[in-house]
Design a protein around this ligand. Structure first.
Ligand SMILES: CC(C)C[C@H](N)C(=O)O
Length: 442
């Protein structure tokens, strides 16, 4: 198993004041300064939003009992074989007086939780398959979920599926005191980690000259990228017909389907994980290559958007969660330092938008006011492959993928990209779930 921590964690004693104060809050909430918070500490404003939401979902008043919440986190994280999150929430589950029997596996959990498994699986890998029948099955059974409970459960599932992407993307591993956690590193990944930590003083230097040379060789350097961004920003909005925009969307979709993500893991997942997993073979398939019989049409963001529809439904069923998620999405999508590698005063909005919309595109979601040719202009194939792996098959990401992509970016910028991947993915899953719930209710 490849577990590594490529990004040197910011030591809290030297972090700036703002970071330090968020770290203190994280410590008070979690009784530890967990590795996720430490890596997110590169972006303290975002970290604050993330922690507020996660704390609300797990620890504040809400529809579901506390043990259920952690158990749902476990089954969500197990879909991506994320031992780090599974172990963490097994511990929290026990601290919340959860029944230890349930930790023997999903078959030992109450019927009601087992019923949730189908949507756990679908949301994690092919959220476009969620429909109102799935909702009905949960809401109308002998042991029904209430609408609010279901809303809470869905948000927990999507939160933890997408957190797996962040965990793998940043190579986060377990804190030493997590019970029962032992991991093996392959010799190559361990030596990678060592050489990496030597290079990275507080994680914020990157191997620039080497990277620049490599990128120049490949012709995809930062300079070329910034040039393209500048051109796009200067371009006046040319009139492009809806047909042409649609064609460009489909072309990006098809190109994405051509990127295959090898599964090079040698070891099979551990039995401690597999006891929470049913139907392990079920994984992401490209949206465009679905079987034609049950074909699902493209999700048009203008017909069901987060701002106009999802947000208020979430808020209605689970007080305030819409606001919290909205703050988090807005922060993740808009956060900028106007930098790129060593360059300052750069308008990075087109690059960030391309990443966000590319992720939605892989889930069949189309924003029809967006020109998808920008995705092709700004995201080189290597970066697309990285985004696809981390979004759709995070457990397959390897350290060399992290090192090989965005070579001239600083570590904090790679973390920034990973944050966007996590949030855009969560939003995509949630949009499908909320639309299905809405269809059930109307
Ligand atoms: C992901 C990064 C390229 C973001 C960039 N550093 C910015 O401040 O917008």
């Amino acid at each position: 198993m490849y577990i590594y921590l490529p990004i040197k964690i910011i030591p809290s004693n030297i972090a700036d004041e703002q970071t330090h104060s968020v770290f203190m809050d994280a410590f008070i909430q979690n009784n530890r300064l967990d590795h996720v918070s430490q890596v997110m500490g590169y972006h303290p404003d975002y970290l604050r939003n993330f922690l507020t939401t996660q704390n609300y979902l797990l620890r504040e008043d809400g529809p579901l009992p506390y043990d259920y919440r952690h158990y749902i986190a476990i089954i969500a994280a197990a879909r991506h074989h994320c031992i780090y999150l599974v172990k963490l929430h097994e511990q929290e589950f026990l601290l919340r007086n959860g029944n230890p029997e349930w930790l023997k596996g999903i078959a030992y959990a109450p019927r009601k939780i087992q019923d949730l498994y189908e949507i756990n699986k679908i949301l994690a890998h092919r959220p476009w398959l969620i429909n109102k029948e799935h909702m009905m099955k949960l809401l109308k059974t002998p042991e029904p979920w209430s609408l609010s409970e279901l809303m809470h459960a869905i948000i927990l599932l999507t939160h933890f599926h997408s957190l797996c992407s962040f965990v793998y993307g940043c190579g986060i591993n377990a804190e030493l005191d997590i019970d029962g956690f032992t991991y093996s590193r392959s010799s190559s990944s361990s030596s990678d980690t060592d050489s990496n930590s030597e290079n990275n003083e507080v994680g914020e230097t990157s191997n620039h000259s080497h990277a620049q040379q490599m990128s120049r060789d490949e012709g995809v350097g930062l300079e070329a990228l910034m040039e393209k961004m500048k051109k796009l920003n200067e371009m006046s909005l040319e009139e492009t017909s809806q047909e042409e925009l649609l064609k460009r969307f489909h072309s990006v979709e098809h190109q994405s389907a051509e990127i295959t993500v090898p599964n090079s893991k040698k070891s099979t997942p551990r039995s401690e994980l597999m006891r929470y997993v049913l139907d392990d073979e079920f994984s992401y398939t490209d949206f465009v290559t679905q079987d034609k019989v049950n074909e699902v049409p493209t999700f048009r963001a203008c017909d069901y958007s987060w701002d106009d529809h999802g947000f208020s439904l979430a808020n209605r069923l689970y007080t305030d969660i819409g606001n919290l998620l909205d703050d988090k999405y807005t922060m993740a999508a808009n956060m900028t330092y106007y930098t790129m590698g060593d360059n300052r005063e750069v308008d990075t909005s087109s690059f960030r938008r391309a990443i966000w919309n590319y992720i939605h595109c892989m889930y069949g979601i189309r924003h029809d006011d967006y020109d998808y040719s920008e995705v092709n202009q700004l995201l080189e194939r290597n970066l697309k492959a990285y985004i696809k792996t981390l979004t759709c098959y995070p457990e397959r990401l390897q350290k060399k993928d992290y090192d090989g992509v965005m070579r001239e970016f600083k570590h904090s910028e790679k973390v920034h990209v990973n944050l966007m991947i996590m949030e855009a993915r969560q939003q995509a899953e949630l949009l499908y779930a909320l639309r299905a719930l809405n269809r059930y209710m109307t």
